[in-house]
Design a protein around this ligand. Structure first.
Ligand code: PGA
Length: 252
């Protein structure tokens, strides 16, 4: 395992109320003792309703608060229910997840995700960009083609590598307890990095994470994959014990 900076990102999805801050407080307490040399950063992507209060309460340099989606609309206007990067930034979000499969299911296209990414960057929000293939696409051996298409449609040479974190989330692994084979995952992560290098025309590479059914029992499978820069954790991030154990077991 290398000593490069890693990311442990929590995606709470539609979960959490004011009392859920306890989860972050517990992780913060653990992190203050454990993360002495800033080996990693933690980002809690919480519902918009909690961003302000949580980011005000949290005093940490290595734990940050993020959002889970945003609109691409710049100006306020007739967009019922929408929240834009300016608004997210103003309440304390530092990151935003874009392109999550659950939002792609609602009709989000690569073209729309690109618009969201541009607007998020304009407002200095770092983007956690989710990509990945469906089970059908995998069966048809289209994984690489799908990933390449997603990357090429969303990123371009104006995208700065330090402003994005890629999260490879095979759709068939999200919330299913399915996991990719180690060898496949190594190849795909390397492929994503090489593709990004070509698209961004940069020597610096963005971080690339894995997401999908990560928990404390299977985390050892990921810690040996040196190509990986961290994990995006859904279900298991809603328990401080599970999330802490993921980090502890990763470094075991
Ligand atoms: P999961 O979700 O860890 O519950 O599979 C991951 C995600 O959707 O980001």
């Amino acid at each position: 395992m290398t000593n490069k900076l890693k990311y442990f990102i929590a995606n709470w999805k539609m979960f959490g109320d004011l009392k859920s801050y306890k989860i972050i407080a517990n992780v913060n307490k653990f992190n203050n003792k454990y993360n002495k040399i800033d080996n990693y950063k933690i980002v809690f992507c919480v519902p918009n309703t909690l961003i302000h209060i949580f980011s005000r309460k949290l005093k940490s340099k290595t734990i940050l608060i993020g959002a889970q989606n945003s609109t691409h609309h710049k100006e306020s206007g007739p967009y019922t229910g929408s929240v834009n990067p300016t608004m997210l930034k103003a309440v304390g979000a530092k990151f935003v997840i874009l392109g999550h499969y659950e939002n792609r299911c609602e009709g989000e296209t690569n073209e729309l995700i690109k618009k969201k990414l541009i607007e998020s960057h304009r407002k200095n929000l770092k983007v956690i960009l989710c990509i990945g293939e469906s089970l059908n696409q995998k069966k048809q051996k289209k994984t690489y083609q799908v990933i390449k298409n997603q990357l090429r449609k969303i990123l371009d040479k104006k995208t700065k590598p330090e402003n994005i974190i890629l999260a490879y989330e095979p759709i068939w692994c999200i919330g299913t307890n399915n996991l990719p084979k180690e060898i496949e995952l190594r190849k795909i992560i390397t492929f994503i990095k090489i593709e990004c290098k070509k698209i961004l025309k940069s020597k610096k590479l963005p971080k690339v994470l894995y997401g999908g059914s990560v928990n404390p029992r299977n985390i050892h499978l990921f810690s040996k994959i040196t190509q990986l820069d961290g994990l995006l954790v859904g279900g298991a991030s809603r328990s401080s014990k599970e999330f802490i154990d993921i980090i502890k077991n990763y470094y075991k």
